[in-house]
Design a protein around this ligand. Structure first.
Ligand SMILES: Cc1cc2nc3c(=O)[nH]c(=O)nc-3n(C[C@H](O)[C@H](O)[C@H](O)COP(=O)(O)OP(=O)(O)OC[C@H]3O[C@@H](n4cnc5c(N)ncnc54)[C@H](O)[C@@H]3O)c2cc1C
Length: 322
């Protein structure tokens, strides 16, 4: 057939998506992705967030003592360092404020739709786009999807028979009810994970008695949690590189504990033994009673359960009402 006699079949035009990119979740993952999209010149993106506010983890977790376990100098965007941290390990409220700062500074608010939960999605191979559906049944189409829904957003109540019949108020740390006053009350905490390590010392002063139910003890290292004095904050604001150097040091510390000590524990057994010795000496310094100390001593290697940092956790158990 010659070119002159070729019959052309009409190709239907591809459907145009609502947005180039759909980002699911407005925690630090979604916020970081949105900033980078904007910086890459991609303006047509939508961030959907199921809750009524941004911030993810740091919006939901407001329990007493909530703070980062990775120094704030490291636990922040490398391109948006915050000279205003009050401590080396900032409290949760400062993390939420930092999330709001990032959203405002990078002009993300107009791109964010709150109270919008994605419940399903499928790829349309004919039109080369994603069709996502919200809990309200609305369809949102996009060329690309960035999933940033977090791992820890759904509280898991303890699966204990009879727990629902407990007559007193019950709280979950990820949905803390600030209307319930613990002052002078008999309180029981279930669990000894990283959250409990922060919560137990923070409420011990206020309650009349505190019982902590532990399945498995936790490895706890000392926390180099220093207050950041005002002159240092001035230094961070004015001297380029000052905070960057500190960030390099706190990141090295985090990598040593969390990456080398946990992920590469088999390759570096001496490092793991060293970290365990540090934690054991910390426990010995804070808990003189050998029987109590035995209860708080992990019988598994560092890193088999998420470890934590605290200068108060162990010592709290030596108090008569705990
Ligand atoms: C108490 C606590 C302390 C922590 N401390 C540290 C620490 O010190 N260092 C560290 O590295 N990590 C820490 N983490 C882990 C922390 O979760 C991550 O560091 C980080 O905040 C996760 O960010 P993310 O954006 O991935 O998820 P999230 O912060 O969980 O945000 C996900 C967002 O997606 C939304 N979402 C979920 N599903 C949907 C859906 N279907 N549709 C629309 N929106 C949806 C959620 O509402 C949420 O706002 C901590 C976690 C907790 C709970």
């Amino acid at each position: 057939m010659t070119a002159a006699t070729t019959r052309r079949t009409a190709v239907p035009p591809l459907a145009v998506p609502d947005h180039e990119v759909l980002v699911i979740g407005a925690g630090f993952g979604g916020i970081g992705a949105a900033i980078k999209l904007k910086q890459a010149g991609i303006r047509d993106f939508l961030v959907v967030e199921q809750a009524g506010d941004i911030g993810g983890t740091w919006r939901d977790n407001t329990y007493p003592g909530v703070a980062v376990d990775v120094s704030s100098f490291t636990y922040s965007f490398s391109f948006e360092m915050n000279p205003e941290w009050s401590r080396a390990y900032a409290p949760g409220t400062e993390l939420k404020a930092y999330a709001d700062h990032c959203v405002d500074k990078y002009g993300l608010r107009p791109h964010i739709r709150l109270n919008t939960r994605m419940v399903s999605g499928e790829f349309d191979p004919v039109n080369h786009l994603w069709r996502g559906t919200t809990a309200d049944g609305e369809m949102i189409t996009s060329r690309y999807v960035v999933g940033a829904p977090g791992m820890l957003t759904q509280p898991k109540p303890p699966d204990i028979p009879g727990v629902a019949d407990f007559a007193g108020p019950t709280l979950h740390t990820a949905r803390w009810d600030h209307g319930i006053a613990l002052d002078g009350k008999r309180v029981a905490v279930i669990g000894t994970g990283a959250t409990s390590v922060q919560l137990v010392p923070a409420i011990a002063d206020r309650v009349s008695s505190l019982a902590v139910y532990q399945r498995t003890p936790i490895w706890v290292a000392p926390k180099p949690d220093l207050e950041i004095p005002a002159p240092m904050r001035v230094l961070f604001r004015t001297v380029p590189g000052a905070q960057k150097s500190l960030r390099a040091a706190t990141t090295a510390l985090t990598e040593t504990f969390m990456t080398l000590g946990i992920v590469h524990n088999r390759q570096l057994p001496l490092l793991v033994k060293g970290i365990e010795a540090l934690c054991t000496a910390h426990l010995r310094r804070q808990v003189p009673d050998p029987e109590l100390r035995a209860k708080l001593t992990p019988r598994y290697g560092f890193g088999c359960k998420r470890p934590s940092f605290s200068n108060e956790y162990f010592r709290t158990f030596t108090r008569p009402h705990v």
